[in-house]
Structures are given as C-alpha cells and as structure tokens.
Design a protein around this ligand. Structure first.
Ligand code: NAP
Ligand code: GLV
Length: 309
C-alpha cells in the first residue's frame, strides 16, 4: 500500500523526508507520481485538484496539511465515507495565538501610527484606552479561537466570542448563532476572525457586519479570505468606519500583485503566516493518525463532512 503526498505550493522534500522518517519502509509518493491507484491507502494534501481522490478505490483517509479542511471539502467529487482529518497541532495553536496577541496589541496601542510618525520625525504619543476598556471579539471559538480568546482575556482585555453552538468559557462573554451576532459585533472594537469556512460563513464579514462594529474598529482576519467581502471592507476602511485591518488570508492566494488590498494605506497584509504548519510535528501527527485508522480506530480529528468543519 502507499501514501500519496500532494501540495500545491512550496517545496515537498521536507514533507517527504518527514513522512519517511516517521513511517520507515512505507511507499511514500509525491503527486502526480501516484503509482498503482489501487495501492493508495492515505492522502496528505493541501488544495488538491478536484476529483483527484475518486481514482483511489482503497483510500482510508485524507489528511489536511492544515487546521482548515475547506480546501478538501469544496471538492464535489470527494469519495463518500472516507474520513477527512484536520491537523490538530499544539505548535500551530501556539503560533496562531501569538499572531492574534501581537496584532491586537499592535492596534490597541496604536503602534501602526508610530511608523507614520517616525517618517515625519514627529515625537508624539498615541493615546489608547486602558486594556480592560478595549473590547476584543473573536469570531469562532473552536480550537484556535478559544485559545486566542482566553489568552486575550488573561492579558486583561474585555473579550467576547461568537460561535455556532453556545459555550461557557471563563473570562469570555460567549455569544452564539445568527441572532446574537449583532450584539457580539457591537462590542468588538477589535474583531478577530477565526471561523472555519463553510457555506454559512462565506462572506460573513460584509458591509452589514462591518457597520455593526463600533466606529473606528480594527479587523484581523486569520481564518480564510472567503469570509470577507473585500469590496465592503475597502469601503468601510475608506469611510473610516473601520480604522485598520490585518489580512493574513485571501480569497485568491498568493494575493495577485494587482489586488488593491496590497496598496490600501490602512490594510496590513501578511502572506498567510499567522500559523504555519510545522512539517516535523505535522508528519508525526499524520503518522499517528494513519496507525490509528489502520488499527480500525476512529480518528478524533476527523471532521463532520456535512457540517463542513
Ligand atoms: P475549529 O476548531 O473547527 O473551529 C471553528 C469555529 O467556527 C467553531 O467555534 C465553530 O462553532 C465556528 N463556526 C463554524 N460555523 C459557524 C457558523 N455558521 N456560525 C458561527 N460559528 C461558526 O477550527 P480551528 O482549528 O479553530 O481553526 C479555525 C480556522 O482557522 C481554520 O478553519 C482555518 O481556516 C484557519 N487557520 C488559519 C491559519 C493561518 O495561518 N492563517 C492557520 C490555521 C488555521 P462551534 O464551536 O459552535 O462548532
Ligand atoms: C492554515 O491555513 C491552516 O488551515 O492550517
């Protein structure tokens, strides 16, 4: 049997070497060299071409090279019944928390303004509210959102979170469902998106949602570009209802050079680096998952394909 590795962007060597180190003696193949289609037992993938997995009749599991599985579930030809497994890795959790903390504090304290002031050689102090007076809202209270929310709360921010199902998280005001979204947005001076991308959450950050945020709010998107209506965000920034945004993820990646997002004076672009997948720890996690599936055990991180995450 074989393990097929597929990645759309970036060097594959580190992954192939990592998988071989974790699973010595296995037939590990780099797409498009899949070999005998009947022998492919597991696939490890990031943004595969639609229909790819249909040709492997003995596939036992599809592993995402990332926490998100939208890039797999969007394939209308996904073979039914094959578990799709998201990446759950403490290294990734920690990186995401650091990105959210860094960006939130950057905007809260007005550090973005010092870059401009230095250009003008102006010695000026930017005012900022007490930490407890700053409302931070985290959309998505899953693995990454919950950790970001509790960390921000531990730093003294007034934190709220919003999710599909109701939650109780100490130190975090929890909101759930479409009905409670306006109340959640109204208190989010800094809004962080950490939702999974599903048909229900696609384009959720549109002009209606943005206008429900307090005047002068900041927006940090570290989930998926598909959550945001780009034109609505640009309009909200241009009207100064939204003060500034950090976009780490985009509907089209890499972000095309002609995109207006690159040049907007109050958008800070980062190239999908909030939490990079660490090949060393991820290969260990993939190998462990394959051993479980081979032993006939359910995988704890298999996603609900109907729910979409
Ligand atoms: P997760 O554990 O699956 O959590 C998803 C959260 O979204 C859950 O709280 C879920 O609510 C909520 N949600 C889903 N549909 C919703 C809806 N219709 N209304 C309200 N809430 C909804 O995912 P995660 O591991 O925290 O990761 C979140 C996302 O981060 C990933 O899907 C990925 O896109 C992104 N990500 C980005 C990077 C990067 O480098 N930029 C790195 C890693 C991950 P419930 O809790 O009620 O189910
Ligand atoms: C990255 O975007 C991930 O889903 O891990």
């Amino acid at each position: 049997m074989s393990i097929l590795f597929h990645i759309r962007i970036g060097p594959a060597d580190v992954w192939i070497d990592g998988l071989r180190a974790e699973m010595p003696g296995e037939d590990i193949r780099l797409w498009p060299d899949a070999g005998d289609p009947e022998a492919v037992e597991f696939a490890v993938t990031w943004r595969h071409p639609a229909g790819l997995f249909r040709q492997f009749p003995n596939l036992k599991g599809i592993f995402s090279i990332g926490a998100g599985v939208d890039h797999i579930l969007c394939d209308p030809d996904l073979p039914p019944g094959v578990p799709v497994i998201r990446l759950v890795d403490p290294v990734l959790d920690s990186d995401m928390t650091l990105h959210v903390v860094h960006r939130t504090i950057h905007y809260h304290r007005g550090y973005h303004r010092y870059l401009e002031l230095q250009q003008a050689a102006r010695w000026e102090k930017v005012p900022f509210p007490e930490t407890g007076e700053r409302g931070v809202g985290i959309m998505g209270l899953g693995r990454l959102g919950r950790r970001a929310a509790t960390t921000m709360a531990s730093l003294g921010f007034t934190v709220a979170g919003w999710s599909r199902t109701a939650k109780a998280i100490p130190g975090v005001a929890c909101f759930a469902g479409d009905e409670q979204l306006p109340a959640f947005l109204a208190r989010s001076q800094i809004l962080v998106c950490l939702l999974s991308l599903t048909p229900e959450t696609t384009n959720i950050v549109d002009s209606k949602a943005l206008m429900q945020l307090p005047q002068g709010a900041f927006f940090i998107n570290t989930a998926r570009g598909g959550h945001v209506v780009e034109a609505d965000l640009i309009a909200a920034l241009d009207s100064r209802h939204i003060e500034r945004a950090n976009l780490d993820v985009f509907a089209t990646e890499p972000l095309p050079p002609e995109s207006p997002l690159w040049r907007h004076p109050r958008i800070d672009v980062t190239p999908h680096v909030a939490a990079r997948v660490n090949p060393r720890s991820a290969c260990r996690i993939f190998a462990d998952g394959m051993h479980r599936l081979r032993a006939g055990q359910p995988h704890p991180d298999a996603v609900d394909r109907v729910r979409g995450y």
